[in-house]
Each structure stands twice: as structure tokens, then as C-alpha cells.
Ligand binder design. Sequence first.
Ligand code: HEC
Length: 245
Amino acid sequence: MMKKLLSAAALLASSLAMAAGPTIPLDKAPIDLTDKASLQNGAKLFQNYCLGCHQMQYQRYSRTFRDLDIPEDVGMANLMFTGEKVGDHITNNMSGKDGEKWFGATPPDLTNVARVRGPDWLYTYLRSFYADPSRPFGVNNDVFPMVGMPHVLQELQGLPYKAYETRLVDGESKQVYVGIKTDGTGELSTEEYDRAVADLVNYLEYVGEPTKLESRELGVKVMVFLLIFFVLAYLLKKEYWRDVH
Ligand code: HEC
């Protein structure tokens, strides 16, 4: 009972903290749970860039492979690096203590992060890092100020910085903030980077509620069944009534 009360209180506190909200408006995440190629790319990005620090301890490799149409041997060769078994949960070997020591905060498990934060928050967060030499890893984040996480996707995006332009405001020339730009040293263009982040968020959204994918597929099958059934029933009706008319 006490435990339940405490967890309810914790939930309330965290939702209140979130109600205080991000300081900037969120971009809509262009994600699509039926896009298997996007989900596969998202899984690849997660394994390569996130798993080092974040676990997905409620998701099994086998589940990801099955739901995303990844053949087991392909998945094992490309998405599993440290000799786990397909039935294992997606975990790493970093202890929470180490995380705290290295980053000032333990990297949280990401299985449910899309349900907690929402896809738009994640999509905007991963595109809101910017250079800030006063921070331990040289970057800060507009959506999560003073974040302990380094900009792990820098090799893809390049070094992002806050861009200002001189504009005329009320007859005076002023420095106006025009958004986050990149120094162009990344492997991807801005559009490609946004797409990659969307794929990653798509995957996080799927992992947050894997059955969503299933119920959608089931829904389609049910519709197809009903359609075929309707045609058969119609033909049968015609057959029965033929002699009557
Ligand atoms: C080098 C370690 C490291 C890597 C790699 C890393 N993160 Fe993090 N991440 C952290 C730490 C540490 C925090 C906690 C930050 C804090 O509380 O200040 C964090 C926090 C987050 C949060 C905020 C969670 C919340 O709800 O508060 C998200 C989302 C996140 N990371 C996503 C990712 C994704 C996606 C990747 C892969 C692209 C990734 N991280 C890779 C260290 C890492």
C-alpha cells in the first residue's frame, strides 16, 4: 500500500514537473509506426549510439526482430555486439553509479521514454543540442537545459550552434536569434539528420508500446477478412434469390 502511494506520488510529481514544460515549442515528430524501414533504421541508430549508456531492459532482441521483420541472423550480425542471446533483454554493462559519476546523472532506461515524454519532445530534444563551452561536454540543450548527456549524434549532425543574424528591429540593427545551425562537419545534411532522428524516435515510440504495431496489423487483417466475407455473403444472397425473382 505504502509502495503504491509512494509511486503514485512520484508519478504526480514528475507529471507536475513536466507540466512546467519545455522552454521552447516542440516540433511535430514525423513518425509512422507502419514504416518498417524507418523502424529498422531507428533500431540500428539506437544500438550504435544510445545503448552504450541507456538500456531498454523491458524489450527483448527477439521481439524487435520479429516486429520489425528483421531475420534473426541479420539482426544478430548487425544489431548485437556483445554476444548476448536473441531472447535477452536489450541491456548494457554500465552501472547506475558509473553513470552518475561520469555524467552527473544516471542515464535512464529508455523502454518507456516515449510514453513519458512523448515523441514530439524526443524529436525536438535530439535536435536541440548546441555548443556551450561552459558545460562539461561543451554542449547544452534548449529542451533539457543543463543536461548531463553529451551530444552523442555529433558525428552525424556536426557541431550545432545558436545562430544570430543582424536584423533591423524598429529602425535599430540588432542581433536576432534565428535558430540552431550546424558547422557542417557532420556526415548528414540537416534534412538527413532530421530524418535519422525521426527514425530513432519512431523506434522509441514502438518500443514504448509494441502491441500498437500488432493491433494495427490485426486491424488491417480484420478489415480484409470483412471485405472478403462481404463479397461472399453478397454472392450467396444473389444465388439464393435468383429463382425467387
Ligand atoms: C555517453 C552516455 C550517453 C549516451 C551514449 C546517450 N545518452 Fe541519453 N542521457 C545520458 C545521461 C547521463 C542522461 C541524463 C541527463 C540528465 O538527467 O541530466 C541522458 C538523458 C537522456 C534522455 C532524457 C530522459 C528523460 O526523460 O529525462 C533521453 C530522451 C535520452 N538521453 C536519449 C538518448 C538517445 C536517444 C541516445 C542515442 C542517440 C542517447 N540518449 C545516448 C547519457 C547518454
